[in-house]
Design a protein around this ligand. Structure first.
Ligand code: DAH
Length: 344
């Protein structure tokens, strides 16, 4: 009885091995795999003979079935590799490729001109002991306006119209809200700059609905406008050249008192008067002032003890002046002909 089973199993194995050997494509191979090695396949079916065998012979049947399965599996794996290689070779034969063609150079990425300008400004202030602070772009009305001394109905809000978000916050119109956030989180003395993206309802050749600013904030005992002037003078000289002159003009911001607008002597015409300085020899670069006592109070800082100054500068504006760029939209169009001019 058992001899018959052994020889039948051997014959089945030989059949299987031969069939796999001559399988001409992968679908045939898959079908054979099911036929021989599947759960209900022919090899497994041999286990049914178990009950016809004496207890002594049973382990032998198990071992033989396992061996047959192992040999078939190895054969299948070998056949699969062989078929795949044959397919690859056939595919390669069909191709006509000129391997002598030169490769394509990948384009090398570089820092965006605005990022570079931001870093240059940051480096100037970092070298003077300022640290970098950050705040959220979706900001609460409280930090963007209220805490900065813009009451709810103040007309200065109109100049900073922006998008409201569904949760009642807004896209911040300037980096000034980082002032109060920083005051609430750190004890004075404070010396920070806060770079970031800001948003306004503005759109022309020098204004973009999304742009970037850097806020400066310095709180210490006994600060006055001369300290502000000294730092901004150094800033302008580091950025635009060591002979750059600045001037302060009276202005208005709700969060500073007094407020100033800072101009640099026109770097294009040497103050002779040109189109870029509109003939007057000066170019406005930023807003600044002594921090209003109400803003210090909102930041839980006692204005009787501490005083401070702040400024806000537009990064696009600085980059435009430094590189003679006349249309702000060029920064955001991702045109390589424009961007690659600043990657040296
Ligand atoms: N936040 C002002 C703006 O966006 C700029 C500014 C002016 C910032 C005076 C200041 C400041 O910190 O003191 O127009």
């Amino acid at each position: 009885m058992s001899d018959l089973i052994w020889s039948k199993l051997q014959a089945l194995l030989d059949d299987g091995l031969n069939a796999v050997n001559s399988a001409s494509d992968e679908s045939v191979l898959t079908a054979l795999q099911k036929k021989y090695l599947g759960k209900k396949g022919e090899i497994q079916a041999y286990m049914q003979h178990m009950k016809e065998l004496s207890p002594a012979e049973r382990p032998k049947l198990g071992a033989l079935v396992n061996e047959a399965r192992d040999r078939l599996e190895a054969k299948f794996a070998e056949a699969e590799v062989k078929l795949q290689n044959a397919k690859l070779m056939a595919d390669l034969k069909l191709r006509r490729e000129d391997l002598t063609l030169p490769g394509r150079m990948p384009v090398r990425g570089a820092e965006h001109i605005l990022q570079k300008t931001q870093r240059e400004i940051e480096d100037i202030f970092l070298s003077m002991g300022f640290e970098i602070a950050k705040g959220p772009q979706s900001e609460w009305d409280y930090f963007n306006f209220e805490a900065l001394n813009f009451p709810a109905d103040h007309p200065a809000r109109d100049m900073q119209d922006t998008l409201m978000l569904e949760n009642g916050s807004l896209l911040r119109t300037h980096t000034s809200p980082v002032q109060v956030r920083t005051m609430l989180n750190y004890e004075p003395p404070i010396r920070i700059i806060a770079p970031g993206t800001v948003y306004r309802r503005d759109d022309d050749v020098t204004h973009s609905p999304m742009f970037h600013q850097i806020e400066g904030l310095h709180i210490e005992k006994g600060l006055n406008l001369t300290h502000l002037r000294g730092i901004l003078q150094l800033f302008a000289q580091s950025l635009f050249g060591k002979d750059t002159k600045i001037r302060l003009r009276p202005s208005f911001f709700p969060f500073t008192e007094p407020s100033v607008e800072v101009d640099i002597a026109c770097i294009f015409c040497g103050q002779k008067g040109c189109r870029l300085c509109k003939g007057c020899g000066w170019i406005e670069i930023l807003g600044a002032g002594m921090i209003d006592p109400n803003v210090l109070k909102a930041g839980h800082i006692d204005p009787e003890i501490w005083s401070g100054w702040a400024f806000g500068v537009g990064i696009e504006r600085v980059a435009m002046l430094l590189h003679g760029i006349t249309d702000i939209r060029l920064f955001f169009e991702s045109d390589m002909r424009f961007l690659s001019q600043f990657t040296k």
